[in-house]
Design a protein around this ligand. Structure first.
Ligand SMILES: Cc1cc2nc3c(=O)[nH]c(=O)nc-3n(C[C@H](O)[C@H](O)[C@H](O)COP(=O)(O)O)c2cc1C
Length: 178
């Protein structure tokens, strides 16, 4: 699929066929996500590929807008490693790029999946601290691993409606001189 076509046609898919995505396809999709830009090129992400049906059914008790995840082929939890991310915590500076990097990787994951004919839906975890903590506890993750996004994946069993054109010229400001 051509990149521009993928960007314009990717939609959230919440209904999935009862068909497994093979490991090679999942690896190909994650490889594309791992080629995302990251602050200082720290690549502070980890991808947990979960195929455990019980976990996928339970997910909605952790994040209430994920009830459809139980029918996915797998759920990928995109995590950020706070020890690896480009960050500062000294003097009067306190910041980290961990969520920014993970957001970019998640978007790449969605687009790469779409290019492979796989449907996904970005489901939020960070910055909702209760959900971050609940996922970390359920998955037994160390403190430095921050669950960022929950991405159910599966071959689409629906053709999501394409939205009206989202192009909004009024949100573009042409600045020739400041
Ligand atoms: C940060 C973020 C969190 C989201 N969380 C959820 C979610 O919990 N459950 C869900 O069904 N969709 C979720 N979505 C998907 C949005 O509803 C969807 O992207 C939006 O309606 C636009 O539709 P599209 O993805 O088809 O373009 C989330 C999207 C983003 C970017």
């Amino acid at each position: 699929m051509e990149l521009m076509e993928g960007l314009l046609t990717r939609r959230s898919v919440r209904q999935y066929q009862d068909k497994k995505i093979d490991k090679e396809t999942i690896k190909k999709i994650i490889k594309a996500a791992q080629h995302s830009p990251s602050a200082h090129n720290m690549q502070p992400w980890e991808f947990l590929v979960i195929e455990d049906k019980k976990f996928m059914e339970e997910l909605r008790y952790i994040q209430r807008w994920t009830s459809f995840a139980k029918n996915a082929s797998c759920v990928v939890i995109v995590c950020g490693d706070t020890d690896k991310a480009f960050s500062r915590d000294k003097d009067d500076e306190k910041w980290t790029y961990v969520d920014v990097d993970c957001a970019i990787a998640t978007q790449s994951l969605l687009l790469a999946a779409w290019a492979e004919g796989v449907g996904t839906c970005y489901c939020g975890a960070a910055p909702m601290q209760k959900i971050v903590d609940a996922l970390r506890e359920r998955l037994n993750l160390p403190e430095n691993i921050r669950p960022f996004a929950i991405v159910p994946m599966g071959y689409p069993a629906e053709t999501p409606k394409q939205p009206d054109d989202r192009y909004d010229e009024s949100k573009i400001k042409w600045i020739e001189k400041v």
